[in-house]
Write a protein that binds this ligand. Sequence first.
Ligand SMILES: C[S@@+](CC[C@H](N)C(=O)[O-])C[C@H]1O[C@@H](n2cnc3c(N)ncnc32)[C@H](O)[C@@H]1O
Length: 190
Amino acid sequence: MTAGPDWRLDSLPSEVRRRVTLLAGDGEDAEEAVKGATFAAVLCHGVLGYLDRPEPLIGQLCRCTTAGGIVSIMTGNAHAAAVRPALERRWDDALASFDTRTEIGVLGVPGRADTVEELSAVLRVGDVEPLAWYGVWLFVDWLGFSGVELDPTDSEQLAATAAVELEASRRDPYRQLSRVFHLLGRKGPP
Ligand SMILES: C[S@@+](CC[C@H](N)C(=O)[O-])C[C@H]1O[C@@H](n2cnc3c(N)ncnc32)[C@H](O)[C@@H]1O
């Protein structure tokens, strides 16, 4: 949930905009904000890293999911914390990152990273069984942090890059080195 109007919504066709309701609120109060409604898919992308602890928000995500529905989480990968500072040649930061969960993220504010294993355990507490996980933005991150400029308007390169990223995202050891991971789980029956 984000506060305020979302400019991306304005760029969508009106029949899509009609299906969207924006509610401003704290994720830790999500169940109350949606008045107990449940949903076939509940997404939480790029939010957990800004919270001190992931458990309260994940508990809410699980409670807001319909039996048989999907919970989708995208967040920072604590196992790969050295990747960005090392590629940016910030060697002291890279060395320190092996034993810390927090760093100043790409948006310039402090962020905290998690692991697939830990969040999977938290999902299970909420009766959501982890289904699969993927690495996100592996090679494009490495190129970007090394100073290479990619051209997002080059559709041929974009499609070729996406094909490689998709394969890397679902295979070890590549996915384990991604700065961000995507974890999917399914809510059990009532
Ligand atoms: C990096 S943005 C990600 C936005 C969007 N989910 C996306 O994937 O493009 C981080 C978002 O987390 C939201 N956020 C931070 N703390 C939150 C909280 N306690 N509850 C709900 N949202 C929160 C911020 O408002 C911000 O919109």
